[in-house]
Design a protein around this ligand. Sequence first.
Ligand code: SF4
Length: 458
Amino acid sequence: MGMTLTEKILARASGKARVYAGENVWVRVDILMTYDVCGPGTIGVFKREFGKSAKVWDPKKIVITPDHYIFTTDALCNRNVDTLREFAREQGLPYFYDIIDDPRGHWKYDASRGPLVRQHGSHYVGVCHTALPLKGHTRPGEVLLGTDSHTCTAGAFGEFATGIGNTDAGFVMGTGKILLKVPETMLFWFEGALQPGVMGKDVILHVIGEIGFDGATYRAMEFRGPGASAMNMDDRMTIANMAIEAGGKNGIFEADQKTFDYVNERVAANGTKKEYEAVTPDADASYVYNKKFDLSKLEPTVACHPDPGQRKLARELGHVALDRAYIGSCTGGKTSDFIAFARVVKGRQVKIDTFGVPATTQVVQDLRAVKLGDKSVWQILVDAGVRMTENAGCAACLGGPEDTFGRVNTPMKCISATNRNFPGRMGNRESQVLLASPATVAASALTGKVTDPREFWS
Ligand code: SF4
């Protein structure tokens, strides 16, 4: 019996000829990512267990990206970033994407300048999961761990990527190893092409609706087939990103020429490790679930309150009035997400409060550079009435402190391009968050009700 993509990667990383689902194996880690919320805790565990003057196992394999609770006056949040800076300096970490340029300075957000104007320095990059590929830290066939559940995003690049807690991360920091149970694999076979106005987000919302928000608990979700091969890297990232919303241990696509081109370009531009070895699944690999999905039949899809498995079609929800629309996050804040949004709102006005938060600083630059007709994507959104911030980051995707840009502070209904909608996720516990594609969020912002974007798609 052969091995799945995930089994092949874990076999190689554990030095074995083969591994079996359910087996516990010691795995060599290629990249460990942490950030401002979990980083200080991880560092605390590392120092407690390995000693105050201990050195990390390999400085080049640790990536630290402040991104979560950044643009806030909350002093404890600001201090977390300072803790990361001190650690990066002490350990000589080359891949710390600091919010300020002074390695001995202190971070303080200046609320008097308002939330829209850039407040970060030149090294800052933005949301970890979109920053990792951008900065050349994702490679096919590798093992990437992060102190965040959406670390599974990097599975888009044909690698094993999953979230771990601070205790495990502290151990990885010191040893470069982790004990992992090999997950069973579910195969999602995609055929057909997406209709105009239907995006990768619709695919994963459809899949989660199919299996439930716990339908892949501790399983690998392997996405393959001609429909998967036809997808661009952004759509693959969106889909892998939300594997955890079905409880998945990881989500993974098979690396192909698109992956290699993307990765080779980013590692060359950033001077990161160039070598990697992709894996392919065996024809006789064993799957606990195996289902075909015809992508051409999918329609704009929404996950209703209170969890990502509450699947409905956008066109069935035209009666649902909304108070707010939000585009951003590692799931829905990429350049292609904003372009889709712009195609819908171009020349029109939003009817409800609408917030736009680019995932990375590169997205901010892209949106200023890319034009639809005679206007930049950025300008199209601003002219449509979207409040666009230059401060890329997680922002209101997970609520955060009260002064977080776009945070849902009162009971309301918000349609969002983010990935998670459990009660309180974007702030107020009485609020309701509906998850949708950037195109559906845009169309809904124009009407104030849940709206199928194909009505406005151009
Ligand atoms: S954008 Fe949201 S989902 Fe992504 S890392 Fe930040 S808080 Fe998590």
